[in-house]
Design a protein around this ligand. Structure first.
Ligand code: NAD
Length: 472
């Protein structure tokens, strides 16, 4: 498959051009480099009605046939990984190697999810009756994805939704539509017409979808603010909803750590993908005994890691993905400057019109400063000193978010004890950013609603149906 040809939607098994177009910008240059279709309301209706029609036969296919198609999809994605990675880098900004990590991760994800089987529970099996609960699909799924991990987030939704027997209309972010449109194209001949639809468009398309009466379920990943609008939109028809939202994840570094062993891991736990990861470390609490040592090591890394155009050899971190996010990060930096916070910065970044910000550490800002309280979603990390474990856990938990967190300590038992007290859906001890297809991922508090991944995530695309059979 060629990746530099036109980008079209997949609607009811066909390739469909937009009635209009949206610009796609390369964040490393700030320049428009491609156009993506802008799905009209009429085209969306066609996608939903095609998906509804396809649902009737898709849900009754044997599970093994649906599994096989997901495995075929994983193979096609693997075959196209390199070409897709180049498109990924141009639209998302991440260096090609990192793009490949995401694409190959999605290949594994498709394969792993394809092997899942929804459970059947038997509550009673006696001479009098059998009571059996199994899980049935919901209908047409509306899937809305963000721009930071466009392929992974699309696959996290598509794989369980389709395995469960639903059909889907998938919408990427307006900032990163191209790779997802290519996924639709790659998989078009694998799934029956109408099973997988991919539409793209501007800011109006998301609300048009979440209020569309044809959907039974919304699976949304994005910011907490948008998640609240999505939940409100879903209420009208009582659509089922899964929301994976923002985070302001704390990492706690205990005094016993081996700084040389952990500094690089902590650095990339905060700054990988230019810090645009929902589960990145966004507040770094460091015990006073190791504070300066860690700060100096992180700053040294910030000065050596190459930030630039992801298409260039040797680039480790790319630009911020879009102008809105770039301006938001610049705003946080400005706020830190205005409040005379100590700002430490890494190497210079290109000044060519791309959305680049140097890697920035804010040295022990007050707990109530914006850079600590808000999700930056960009390379500006507050480092905060602590000397009392109960106090730091209270500070880590003093957030409306509850997505993930990390604890770094040589004493694993102590690390786990601290991890258990952190009020988030995922906590890592001496590692970071590690997520698995077979393990539930769930934001607590305002970081989410429901679960993705694992059997629990699969069951979010299904409803229990209990059958009582009298035998007497
Ligand atoms: P966003 O909320 O601005 O947009 C996400 C998606 O929603 C996009 O496709 C957008 O077009 C669409 N959208 C916007 N307004 C809508 C509306 N009113 N109704 C329906 N759809 C609408 O988020 P973003 O800026 O693309 O992504 C960054 C955010 O996503 C961060 O807060 C990050 O933490 C979060 N995120 C969370 C996870 C997770 O798994 N918890 C994963 C990745 C990103």
């Amino acid at each position: 498959m060629r990746m530099d040809d036109g980008f079209e939607m997949t609607i009811d098994g066909r390739s469909v051009a937009g009635s209009d177009f949206i610009d796609v910008i390369n964040p490393a240059t700030g320049q428009v480099f491609a156009m993506a279709p802008d799905c009209s309301p009429d085209q969306l209706d066609k996608a939903v009605s095609g998906a509804k029609k396809a649902y009737l036969s898709w849900r009754s296919r044997p599970l093994d046939e649906r599994r096989d198609m997901l495995i075929r999809a994983s193979k096609v994605l693997a075959e196209n990984a390199e070409a897709l990675a180049r498109t990924f880098t141009r639209e998302q900004g991440r260096p090609v190697q990192g793009a490949l990590v995401e694409i190959r991760g999605a290949v594994d994800w498709l394969r792993a999810v394809s092997q899942m089987t929804p459970p059947v529970h038997v509550s009673e099996d006696s001479d009098a009756q059998r009571v059996e609960t199994r899980y049935v699909p919901l209908g047409v799924v509306c899937a809305v994805a963000p721009w930071n991990f466009p392929i992974a987030m699309a696959v996290w939704k598509m794989a369980p939704a389709l395995l469960a027997g639903n059909t889907i209309v998938l919408k990427p972010s307006p900032y990163t539509p191209l790779c997802t449109l290519k996924l639709g194209e790659m998989f078009r001949d694998i799934f029956p017409a109408g099973v997988l639809n991919v539409v793209s468009g501007g800011d109006q398309l998301g609300p048009l979808m979440t209020t569309h009466p044809g959907f039974a379920k919304i699976s949304f990943t994005g910011s907490t603010a948008t998640g609240k609008s999505v939940l409100a939109a879903a209420a009208r028809d009582l659509k089922r909803v899964t929301l994976e939202l923002g985070g302001n994840d704390a990492a706690i570094v205990m005094p016993d750590v081996d700084l040389d062993a952990v500094a690089q891991k902590i650095f990339f736990g905060a700054f990988y993908n230019t810090a645009q990861i929902c589960v990145a470390t966004k507040r770094l609490y460091v015990h006073e005994q190791v504070y300066e040592g860690l700060r100096d090591r992180l700053l040294k890394l910030a000065k050596t890691v190459k930030v630039g155009d992801g298409a260039n050899q040797g680039t480790v971190l790319g630009p911020i993905q879009n102008k809105r996010q770039y301006e938001r990060v610049l705003g946080l930096l400005e706020d830190a400057r205005t409040n005379n916070l100590t700002i430490l910065q890494g190497a210079d970044v290109p000044t060519n019109g791309g959305y680049f910000v140097p890697i920035t550490i804010v040295d022990n800002p007050p707990e109530n400063s914006r850079v600590v309280q808000e999700e930056a979603f960009g390379p500006i990390l507050p480092m905060l000193r602590f000397n009392d474990i109960d106090d730091v856990i209270e500070r880590a938990n003093a957030s409306d978010y509850g997505l993930a967190g990390a604890v770094w300590s040589k004493d694993i038992e102590k690390g786990v004890e601290v991890a258990r007290r952190i009020e988030t859906g995922t906590v890592w001890v001496n590692q970071n950013l590690n997520l698995r297809p077979d393990t539930p991922f769930s934001g607590h508090k305002q970081s989410g609603f429901g679960v993705e991944n694992g059997i629990e995530g699969l069951l979010e695309y299904m409803a229990p149906q209990t059958i009582y059979i009298a035998r007497a």
